[in-house]
Design a protein around this ligand. Structure first.
Ligand SMILES: Cc1cc2nc3c(=O)[nH]c(=O)nc-3n(C[C@H](O)[C@H](O)[C@H](O)COP(=O)(O)OP(=O)(O)OC[C@H]3O[C@@H](n4cnc5c(N)ncnc54)[C@H](O)[C@@H]3O)c2cc1C
Length: 381
């Protein structure tokens, strides 16, 4: 493998996959490095909103969701304390991460990118030609040191690409919940296709959606204390579903849950010498109806011009512009999600929201449509 690249992208999730594709189609020499083997399941609700669609379209892959057999989503069914609220959800899709992330990687390869799976990457010191990166292939193959003009860090939550003392490294906030997820293959009709079913309980929430293969995807966030209690994550999910008044999927007792690190986090800065952060590596805010991947994809679709510019000199002005770009594309839109997740942690506030929503359904509908509104910036990418 060659030793020097225009750009090394670390992490082949939604942000890294789209960024690698966009950089490769602009003629840059791209190496995409991913520590796991693909296709891989990961904890995620698998729901994409209209903003995610806009980002993928802006990057030049308008047919990706249809080509992959994504399931159109048309409503959100919220459950709280035995009450249900149905809200229209325009322009969403459900698609497994196995298929979506693999499709982005395939597009990147077709555009000319080189991909290394089962290889962990760590950022090292500056070199005369850019930035050094250490690759550690799994299975005991020797460690390699390579370099690039620019490194994109798209390695998700709590990545270990940077030293924890680096200002661009994120840390979790106090009271941060833990994410969890599992996949259930059943043919029940309890949770119909085309909807996000969201159960809200006192110690967290559980989102259920039917994927393109008919399997039921469960993704949840729980208070740390509940997950760490002896009864564990499956019991925590059962409790939330019962509190919301949702039925329990048959195979839930035997399902194997996977946990994430603490969710809510933020990096102080989104760049450093010859590297830029994107996606969850910049921080994480609990999403509701597909915002998480939309933010990561928006960053993935916006970064290639910065990478092209950085093939020459690296300037603090470029770093500042990337910071501002991300703030406009994502950070401001995250405020509404932060506010909602804070309110939904308090039973009194949740109760009030449900009462308000049943009397004036236009209010929650307006909140959901503003979360799903396509950012005008997408059109200018
Ligand atoms: C419970 C839960 C439910 C969610 N539901 C939704 C939802 O329904 N809709 C939505 O839009 N968002 C949802 N999200 C958020 C969404 O999953 C993330 O925002 C999104 O995956 C971020 O994409 P990313 O590319 O930044 O990171 P990731 O998708 O996490 O990808 C990072 C990749 O980097 C790889 N990696 C990590 N470290 C290294 C390394 N050192 N070297 C090489 N590779 C590395 C990882 O293996 C991974 O493949 C949910 C999240 C959680 C926790």
């Amino acid at each position: 493998m060659q030793n020097s690249w225009d750009v090394i992208v670390i992490g082949a999730g939604v942000a890294g996959g789209l960024a690698a594709f966009d950089c490769a189609r602009r003629g840059l020499r791209v190496l995409l490095v991913e520590k796991r083997s693909f296709p891989r399941w990961k904890v995620c609700g698998c729901c994409f909103n209209a903003n995610a669609m806009a980002a993928v379209t802006a990057a030049g892959l308008p047919d990706l969701f249809c080509d992959q057999g994504a399931v159109p989503l048309d409503h959100l069914r919220l459950g709280w304390s035995g009450r249900t609220m149905n809200l229209p959800l325009p322009g969403g899709w459900a698609l497994s991460r196995e298929r979506f992330d693999q499709a982005l990687v395939n597009a990147a390869i077709a555009a000319g990118a080189t991909v290394r799976f089962q290889t962990g990457a760590v950022l090292e010191e500056m070199s005369s030609a850019g930035r050094m990166v250490r690759l550690r292939p799994s299975g005991g193959a020797p460690v390699e040191r390579i370099q690039a003009r620019v490194v994109l860090i798209a390695a998700g939550l709590q990545h270990q690409v940077l030293a924890s003392s680096d200002p661009a490294s994120s840390s979790s906030t106090s009271g941060s919940r833990l994410g969890a997820g599992c996949l259930i293959s059943d043919d029940e009709v309890l949770f119909e296709s085309g909807a996000i079913h969201m159960a809200i309980g006192r110690s967290g929430y559980v989102g259920l959606v039917r994927r393109e293969d008919g399997a039921l995807n469960l993704a949840a966030a729980f208070d740390r204390a509940v997950v760490q209690s002896s009864s564990g994550v499956s019991h925590a999910a059962e409790l939330v579903l019962r509190q919301a008044g949702f039925p329990l999927p048959h195979e839930m007792e035997t399902s194997r849950w996977q946990l994430t690190p603490a969710l809510t986090r933020r990096a102080d800065v989104f760049s450093g010498d010859r590297f830029l952060l994107l996606g969850d590596s910049t921080g994480y805010v609990e999403p509701f109806t597909g915002e998480g991947m939309a933010w990561a994809l928006a960053a993935g679709a916006a970064v290639a011009p910065f990478v092209q510019e950085a093939q020459g000199e690296w300037t603090t002005d470029l770093e500042q512009r990337w910071q501002r770009r991300l703030e406009t594309l994502t950070i401001r839109r995250q405020r509404l999600c932060t506010l909602l997740s804070t309110l939904l942690r308090h039973p009194v506030a949740t109760d009030a929201l449900f009462k308000l929503g049943s009397q004036w359904p236009a209010i929650p509908q307006r909140i959901i449509s503003s979360l799903n509104q396509v950012s005008p910036l997408m059109a200018s990418l």
